[in-house]
Ligand binder design. Sequence first.
Ligand SMILES: [Zn+2]
Length: 438
Amino acid sequence: MHDPKYKHHAWDSTAYLVDTFGSRLLGSKSLELAIDYLRNLFEMEGFENVRKENVKLSKKWVRGKEHISLFSPRPEETSIPMVGLGKSVGGNVTSEVVMIENFEELEQKGKAGILKDKIVFLNPKWENYKKTVKYRKHGGARSSKWGALGCVIRSITPFSTPIPHTGGISEDEEEDKIYKSIPSAAISTQSADMLARIIKRGHKVVLNIYMEAHFIEGDFESNNLIAEIKGSKYPDEIILIGGHIDSWDVGPQTGAWDDAGGVFVCYEAMRLLINLGLKPLRTIRLVIWTGEEFGKAESKGAEAYLKTHENEMQNHVLAFESDFGVSDIYGFGFTGGSKGFNLVKSIVNILFKDQGFSLLTRNDGYSSDITPLFKSHKIPIMRSLNFDTPDLKTYFTYYHSGADNMNVLNPDEMDRNAAAIASLFYILADVPWKLPRD
Ligand SMILES: [Zn+2]
């Protein structure tokens, strides 16, 4: 049965999923039940070729209990809000803290033997996500290299909130694999500022890090979810749109913003087109990826999609992902050849000129689940540009934390995202020519 409601339907649908299933860590029951729920929803709404595609996992990461306590200089043990970093090992270490502000200082102090048997506290200034995230990804391994027992990082976020932000540590670089992992966790920027003040006064800081985090080896699985509006004339040619359904697990609503909102603006775009009876020449394929959050080496859903659909890659015309928030949209980013860019730009300019936005920027289409499509097959990729692009300060204030919740999603803004996605990708699926890759 088709729900006739449109206004705020994307927000309401996101809220239902978030309230019912909660956060959706890769390997969890909640994630798979949420995927099954979406499959049924897509079928009920009349989406075509709805199917799950199996994604094999040889291990899964479990967080377990975790906490950080501050001893010295406090007269009594004080708990510090923390979250373990994804893929970290567990441990129970108590030691003096050495504050480090950048990797150059880490190397110097490491060579001088100052970090041995200590807890490294990485307190880098926020510049932007790209420049600062390396401390989360590689901080534990590089501290371990110099004999540190644990690593605590300042959350990778621009704004001070009382809530810490998690995220994956990396296995991408050789050093990440060589050096023994040590328990690695994030604390809030407020806690980081406090520790920095204490240390700068010359007082000794002693912390205890307790983390039960570990991997379980075994035959596990998750699923990508696919649904389509089949093309009337070129059913094999695919315009792909989507978002990722897995999330971090650090709050009761975590994953509303990153990325259930992205999933549901694409869902709503599909639903609008179906309920309006619009059937484009090409197929519009909705892909809901799993396993995005664990980073490149374990970006399982995107990797599995690429393998499963290897023989269709020549027919993928364009791919879009919404994974940078669903706040007010003012344009699209595009990565691909110049001919394709100019054609899409001319459509965007005409289509949205009266809506207060018409921007299409070049080399700005990257998004983690679609970047592999461009890198391996030069398929043009796109993402939406929201009001806080390019530095995404608002996005990074909420992501990967307990502050990620339905209240940061705006129903009207989600409607505008869905409408923009529906109109642009419908037209690109319905133009008589196929978008060139060069
Ligand atoms: Zn995301």
